[in-house]
Design a protein around this ligand. Structure first.
Ligand code: ZN
Length: 320
């Protein structure tokens, strides 16, 4: 049947690239295409490129727009999903951009817009690590800390733009400076950026530690793997960094669990490649500190599985 609506379109808008994917009914990306964002341009040009990329991939796969039921965009920044407006996105230099209204000039489909971290969380619930769950909190540990909440298999983003910014809850009052202007945010302690900062500091504090050997004495070579490598080899400074990192992450996750009590907590980002070395002590931590402890439900902390595809898959499912 030519008009059966078997497909959805997901767009992952980033500061560097716009990634467009066609997603099937099993929430699998069957084709994708990426174009440069060139964020310094007027937004209308960027949206035009977005539409062109959608038509390009439809043509390439021989799928007609009438076979698609919906289109969704995951965008960085603060999003007004009700009105389809990007309220603020620093890496795109955008303020109050009516992205859906603009895209509707080119494409006639039901459309949705949400924050990219929200879309990634939804993607994992509809087609990834959390497929068997209804309610999930996902935390993405990257340059910053992104967070997404899915309740009853739908994105929960609060009542207004700027809600569920999970990276910007306070872990340590008056603590490290955060890019949002506050001090002591979850992001300022649990992002990969923070982990690298803390590893560099430990390397300086303990000049004889393995941290210094592993980076060949050049602190700029320290990455998010360095402290874990040192800790696994028994290095005291490495262990201290990793233990602190797990504590910060654990504190943030306990906060999430105490508010949302989800079925599952998902972690994504490069740091998660540490696998059980990271998730085992975290599971133990939240078991101990979540409100009511094991008398109440303790969600498992697991790794997300879709990687960069989660954003497209989730965006495609914003419109129900
Ligand atoms: Zn912050």
């Amino acid at each position: 049947m030519a008009n059966e609506k078997k497909y959805r379109i997901g767009i992952d808008l980033g500061g560097t690239n716009i990634k467009v994917g066609i997603v099937d009914q099993n929430h699998k990306i069957i084709a994708n295409h990426s174009v440069r964002t060139l964020a310094e341009r007027n937004y209308k040009e960027i949206v035009k490129d977005m539409a062109d990329a959608v038509f390009f991939i439809l043509e390439k796969t021989g799928i007609s727009i009438s076979e698609c039921s919906a289109l969704g965009i995951g965008s960085p920044g603060c999003i007004d999903s009700k009105n389809g407006v990007v309220v603020f996105a620093g890496n795109l230099h955008w303020e109050h951009i009516p992205i859906l209204e603009e895209l509707k000039k080119y494409i006639n489909l039901p459309m949705g817009l949400s924050n990219d971290a929200n879309c990634a969380a939804l993607g994992e619930v509809v087609g990834g690590a959390a497929m068997e769950y209804e309610n999930a909190v996902m935390i993405t540990l990257g340059t910053g800390v992104g967070g997404g909440i899915v309740m009853n298999r739908k994105i929960f983003e609060g009542g207004h733009a700027g809600g569920t910014e999970l990276g910007h809850i306070t872990i340590i009052s008056g603590g490290e400076y955060c890019t949002c202007g506050r001090h002591g945010c979850f992001e300022a302690y649990s992002s990969a950026t923070a982990l690298i900062r803390d590893t560099k500091r430990a390397a300086q504090k303990y000049p004889n530690s393995l941290l210094n050997t592993l980076c060949n004495g050049n602190l700029e070579e320290i990455n998010g793997v360095t402290p874990f490598d040192a800790a696994k080899k028994g290095d005291a400074a490495g262990k201290e960094v990793v233990q602190n990192y797990i504590k910060y992450l654990g504190e943030g996750i306990v906060n999430m669990v105490n508010i949302f009590r989800p079925d599952v907590v998902l972690l994504s980002g490069g740091v998660c490649n540490q696998g059980a070395y990271l998730t085992d002590p975290l599971n133990e931590y939240i078991r101990k500190y979540c409100f009511a402890g094991e008398r109440a439900f303790i969600p498992p902390i697991i790794r997300a599985t879709l990687g960069n595809d989660a954003g497209i898959i989730g965006a495609a499912s914003i419109v129900e």
